[in-house]
Design a protein around this ligand. Structure first.
Ligand SMILES: [Zn+2]
Length: 78
């Protein structure tokens, strides 16, 4: 089933929440803030906070995967 949005985009009604997408991405591998932004998840910080409250162990590390101009945090599900 799909729902028609004003933009004309067809999206499934069972569309995962941002939190589901953040968790799925972390299960896939460590992810830095820039990657979450590229996935159009600008509120990843809040979602990670919620996931931690639910009992998921997520650590912060400095991102060494990319050449960031500024210090970026990588989130890792342990
Ligand atoms: Zn990075």
């Amino acid at each position: 089933m799909t729902v028609q949005w004003a933009s004309g985009q067809q999206l499934p009604l069972t569309r995962p929440t941002q939190r589901d997408r953040v968790l799925a991405q972390l299960r896939h591998g460590p992810t830095c803030g820039t990657e979450f932004l590229e996935m159009h998840l600008p509120r990843f910080g809040g979602r990670i906070f919620e996931l931690r409250k639910e009992g998921h162990a997520i650590t912060n590390e400095v991102c060494r995967k990319h050449n960031h101009y500024s210090r970026q945090t990588v989130y890792r599900l342990t």
